[in-house]
Design a protein around this ligand. Structure first.
Ligand SMILES: Cc1cc2nc3c(=O)[nH]c(=O)nc-3n(C[C@H](O)[C@H](O)[C@H](O)COP(=O)(O)OP(=O)(O)OC[C@H]3O[C@@H](n4cnc5c(N)ncnc54)[C@H](O)[C@@H]3O)c2cc1C
Ligand SMILES: NC(=O)c1ccc[n+]([C@@H]2O[C@H](COP(=O)([O-])OP(=O)(O)OC[C@H]3O[C@@H](n4cnc5c(N)ncnc54)[C@H](OP(=O)(O)O)[C@@H]3O)[C@@H](O)[C@H]2O)c1
Ligand SMILES: Cc1cc2nc3c(=O)[nH]c(=O)nc-3n(C[C@H](O)[C@H](O)[C@H](O)COP(=O)(O)O)c2cc1C
Length: 604
């Protein structure tokens, strides 16, 4: 006898009552069939379609990388296949394989790509054929409008891709220092466009995984930083007590550079030599009071701050908003509120030089005095001011030598303009308005690109004039604490040996003890003709070439605007002259050093 399973179309089959099973067996079998068929029926006919999207970043100090990681994660959560990769090591050929690409790119130098992205962009720039006809893309450009070439690399990249036939999914957005809002706006617009692309595509099988690692570097990029400081961040900083504060320059010096140490003993903050320390600054309360008094506002007037909610005007101007520098946007807002023709005249493109001259050494207080009677309520003032950005300082300590502490080496910004003594917000906060024992909000800004060689026997050459010495003090202490056998050569420069020889005793003692193999100094103002670190490098060209040829890693830290470029030129010259190469070969040699992570720069 055969048992017929009843199965009307569209229903779950069941065992009929007349089947040769007892009630218990029938109940079990019906439950079993219901289980199988309901699972099958519950499965969707077709998973929603998704896109394979490459999220590519060009980053020097990690901001673009952090945003790219967020975007990739969010794309993944929406069911897309998102791969995350740095433009370091990425090629135009790899890009030609993609259909959707999202770029987050910061700008450095004279509107250049970050160091690591230069080879990619150079290769892209020599392409002329419309190679990317199948590529849809969007660019988020990161920059700082205080620089002349605002967001230029992002802009150039966007234009070059369009010229090579790629199609914008969503228009480029250029982000200033205060990037939360433009980032959110770009992301929202981009994601809406992606959704409409998905909606117009036919459904197909969902990809097996929503994160890929096409480029071997992308796996590393996507992995956590390895920092144990996950609980503290720029958004949620650690309040660290200042435990040491001493001048590194003499009182009679023409500048002031200080050693400032914070205790992190009661935190889980972890860092590595080469990382930077972020400090959340606070404006000078005296200046805040002067601004509020000039406008005849009440310091307690409640104002709304995005993300923070209600704050008093005094708190907003002290802790949240930028008041010491002027930007075009601020002047535009101020001119609009007051319908101020004189300022509108300054804002026309032909007056750019005059506008730059006006904003260069003035702040909000000058604008209020020069064009009075514009602001009548605190809300208008708050709306026109950008967010106060954290400041970064290269860490000058090593966790192996200075357990529980973070040291920084800070040049205090002071200048006089328009009959007013002025100071850099953060450097004067720490130098003038923070006593030892007081706490300040800090966080770790990892710099994975600026690390000691993993092999302790590798020789290193450190070029760090001025505050550029900071990470090298960390390197030297770390190598000594870990008994690393590699040779250490330092090039240090400052204005005058008698007043500005930062960490002189420490360095001379390391030199005397042999830990510092060589130290060459360039005191620019101790003689008629300026002598800089790059002059010392060239003087020692033969020796320096021997070190490089012998596998030494080169590190440069400090001023980006002039020093880093001149040092780079000197390095090329040494490779060419002392290494006996043609100009092109020397160029290639230095590029290979970068590619092999033997030439590192931390410049600002
Ligand atoms: C990765 C990184 C690492 C860094 N490491 C260090 C470090 O180790 N040590 C260190 O000291 N700094 C370091 N900096 C720089 C530091 O972050 C701050 O930019 C610096 O301390 C100035 O900040 P501030 O708030 O004191 O000055 P701000 O309030 O930012 O004022 C500085 C601004 O004042 C204006 N200004 C300055 N002088 C004049 C003048 N004479 N006339 C007119 N305008 C003027 C300029 O617009 C200048 O940009 C680093 C920066 C980066 C990005
Ligand atoms: N843009 C500017 O005009 C300017 C000026 C000062 C400081 N800064 C910034 O202020 C911060 C702190 O500066 P800092 O204390 O670290 O010192 P710094 O101003 O970088 O000076 C350190 C030493 O570097 C010398 N130097 C100047 N130009 C150089 C060049 N092209 N190549 C090599 N060395 C050069 C200086 O000499 P001389 O000063 O004698 O020329 C000084 O001896 C940095 O962020 C720096 O970028 C900027
Ligand atoms: C040394 C230095 C040079 C910079 N040059 C420029 C520039 O020329 N134009 C610009 O728009 N932004 C410039 N910036 C601002 C950076 O592009 C901006 O801070 C960006 O958010 C950094 O992103 P990253 O952390 O991913 O490298 C510069 C920043 C530094 C520290």
């Amino acid at each position: 006898m055969t048992t017929q399973i009843a199965n009307p179309p569209g229903t779950v089959p069941y065992i009929p009552d007349n089947a040769p099973f007892n009630a218990e067996q029938r109940a079990w079998l019906n439950g079993f069939l219901a289980g199988i068929f309901s699972v099958t029926q519950a499965a969707p006919a077709d998973p929603p379609p998704s896109l394979k999207i490459a999220v590519l970043y060009a980053s020097q100090s990690g901001t673009a990388e952090g945003l790219a990681r967020k975007v990739a994660k969010e794309l993944k959560s929406k069911g897309h296949v998102a791969s995350l990769a740095s433009l370091e090591g990425y090629t135009p050929a790899a890009l030609a394989e993609e259909r959707y690409a999202i770029f987050i790119a910061s700008t450095y130098g004279e509107g250049d790509p970050p160091d690591v992205a230069q080879p990619f962009f150079q290769k892209l720039c020599v392409e002329h054929l419309p190679r990317y006809l199948d590529l849809s893309y969007s660019v988020l450009a990161l920059g700082d409008s205080h620089y002349e070439h605002f967001c230029k690399f992002g802009i150039d990249l966007d234009n070059k891709l369009a010229a090579l036939g790629a199609v914008r999914i969503y228009d480029r957005v250029d982000c200033d220092v205060d990037l939360d809002e433009p980032f959110a706006q770009w992301k929202q617009g981009l994601f809406a466009e992606l959704e409409s692309i998905v909606a117009t595509r036919p459904a197909r099988s969902a990809p097996s995984s929503s994160v890929t690692g096409g480029n071997p570097k992308s796996a590393a990029a996507a992995s956590p930083t390895g920092q144990g400081s996950a609980t503290y961040s720029r958004e949620s900083p650690f309040y660290a007590a200042l435990v040491d504060k001493r001048p590194l320059t003499r009182e009679v010096s023409s500048k002031q550079t200080m050693h400032l140490a914070f205790s992190i003993a009661d935190s889980n903050l972890k860092y590595e030599a080469g990382d930077a320390c972020g400090v959340i600054p606070q404006n000078d309360r005296q200046l805040v009071s002067e601004i509020i008094a000039s406008l005849k506002f009440s310091p307690d007037a409640p104002v709304q701050l995005p993300k923070c909610g209600t704050a008093s005007l005094c708190d907003a101007l002290t802790n949240h908003l930028q008041i010491t520098r002027l930007t075009r946007k601020m002047i535009e807002a101020y001119a609009t509120i007051g319908n101020c023709q004189a300022l509108f005249d300054l804002l026309v493109p032909e007056q750019q030089v005059q506008l730059d001259k006006y904003t260069w050494d003035r702040g909000l207080i000058d604008l209020i005095h020069d064009y009075p009677g514009v602001l009548h309520n605190p809300a208008d003032l708050v709306a026109m001011l950008p967010k106060l950005a954290p400041r970064l300082y290269s860490i000058s300590s090593s966790p192996f030598a200075h357990a529980g502490e973070i040291h920084t080496t800070i040049a205090v910004v002071r200048y006089r303009s328009h009959d007013r003594e002025r100071g850099g917000v953060c450097s004067t906060l720490l130098a003038d308005r923070t006593n030892t024992g007081e706490r300040r909000p800090i966080y770790i800004h990892p710099n994975k690109k600026f690390r000691l060689p993993s092999a302790p026997e590798t020789p290193i050459v450190m070029i760090g004039p001025g505050t550029g010495i900071a990470p090298f003090r960390a390197f030297l202490h770390e190598r000594r604490a870990l008994a690393a056998t590699g040779k250490n050569w330092l090039f240090f420069g400052e204005r005058s040996a008698s007043t500005d020889f930062l960490y002189r005793e420490e360095l001379e003692s390391m030199l005397a003890g042999g830990h510092l193999t060589r130290m060459d100094t360039a005191f620019s103002r101790d003689q008629e003709r300026k002598i800089y670190v790059q002059d010392r490098m060239v003087e020692q060209g033969t020796q320096l070439w021997n070190w490089i040829d012998g596998g030494a890693n080169i590190y440069v830290c400090g001023d980006a605007s002039r020093m880093a470029k001149d040092v780079d030129a000197a390095l090329h010259r040494i490779v060419e002259t002392d290494g006996g190469m043609s100009r092109d070969a020397a160029q290639e040699y230095v590029q290979t050093m970068k590619d092999e992570h033997r030439y590192h720069r931390d410049v600002y």
